[in-house]
Design a protein around this ligand. Sequence first.
Ligand code: NA7
Length: 541
Amino acid sequence: MKADKDVVIVGAGFAGLYAVHKLRNELGLEVQAFDAGGGPGGTWWWNRYPGARCDFDSVYYSYSFSEEIQREWQWTEKYAAQPEILNYLEWVADRLDLKRSFQFNTRVTSMVWNDEGQYWTVGTDDGRTCTARYVVCGTGNVSIPKKPEFPGIEDFKGEVLQTSSWPHEPVDFSGKRVGIIGTGATGIQLIPELAKHAAHLTVFQRTAQFASPLGNEKLDPEARRWLAENHKQVRAGARDHFLGAPYDAPRPSALADSPEERKKVYDEHYGSGGFRMVVSTYGDLLYNRESNDTIADYLRDRIRERVTDPKIAEMLCPTDHPYATKRAPFETNYYETYNRDNVTLVDVRSTPIERVTEHALKTTAAEYEIDVLVMATGFDVFTRPLLEMGIVGRDGLTLDEKWSGVPGTYLGIQTAGFPNLFTVTGPQSAVALYNNALAIEDHVEWISRAIGHLRTTGATTIEPTAEAESRWGDFAEGILNQTLIPQSESSWYMGANVVGKTRGTYIFAAGAPVYRAICAQVAERGYAGFAIDGVETAVPP
Ligand code: NA7
């Protein structure tokens, strides 16, 4: 039987859009794409909360594959806000005529491999199915919110808002008592905005975070034009940088400098913009606890300077994890927000949330009356977006069964037992510590090349060998253990933010340039570590 389509693509974010372009416009495949949202945008379609913006410079967090797209699009801010990124993705989708391949407002609910026919049957929530030889999942890593963990939430008579499915119409907070749970990257963007409009804002904080200034600025027309016209020069080196932006190289070790020199380095980078604080200061911050302590002390001092009430300042000073082992957030007026009369900070680590009642949130110490409860409690990252789709591979093996512990993947792109199923920026790929826009391009290009290889050689299936997968997992774990990241109790980098989820290696922490070189080598060696039509190519020693 001939499948309905050559390929099903899931997702209309950066990944899905580029996959449609690559596979349909360039490889000439018949494509059917789906997205649960009402249009292109992926994460930027859903996360519409006030203050939502990318904390990675927009000139780097955007597609690099097309000269024309880079020349024609001009960003109005250094770090674009959600509406502008959404407009950009809409514009790209129109420019490349991608929308006609998508069925929007449609969630994929099942995906079953037919081994005899060697195709996938993809079921959607409109009750229909589509068969395809290949499936490409552009479902993102930070796209499925954690389930609420608060008893009684269904009894709450006020409004509950989830940051990752924020209403499309503006929400009026005036005169309202608002409570927010969560002080990660999302909460830290949203809290200053809520405080401006709510009658009173109560922030329920479990873990204080090391936030540093985003350093956003408007780009004037001359700067915008210059950046677009000189995009090649602007982007030079971005791809080969550990983080995917041509930020300055760090000094080698925080311990090699005197305290005065260190302070100078940190002062220069505090406020210089986003991740520069992490990657352009000292090269050993993520590897050496003593070095890390120097930046942690520096950031705690800045918090104490910016927050007037010393007791509140201490509550906002992180003490339980090394800097950047939980994803570093970036802020604009976050700490000053706690100097406002209409903001209360509640520590729900020492006095945990007990339950939600009809009109309040109750901790073990007190009850806080609220009209609106905002959930900024994070995501079930890396695996959940894939697990949600009910994927069943060869011999009836479900992805749920296979990934009941830490996920096994090869290069984060495929998993054994699930032929022709490709994951863009999947678990154990180099994405969490890298510019996602570029990581996505790398993956889509690799996948497109692999599918092209199958078609030109007349082959039908590709999947990793169990041995290659196991070696990749060990390799990724060994690298992660060289860093301080495992020292964080609750980092989503470790899958440790979700109750019941197995802690482990969900990321490849050696950086994208190393990762990209490995992926290229694998392809050049005839897809080493993969079986093509059941024939294995050995992994090089
Ligand atoms: P994060 O970074 O996972 O933050 C979630 C926040 O919610 C964090 O402060 C959590 O505290 C808090 N949280 C989660 N569950 C609870 C419970 N049960 N009680 C109290 N507090 C809780 O998610 P974000 O959306 O901010 O950021 C995700 C990524 O999106 C971001 O890094 C960017 O890449 C884009 P905890 O730290 O677990 O104690």
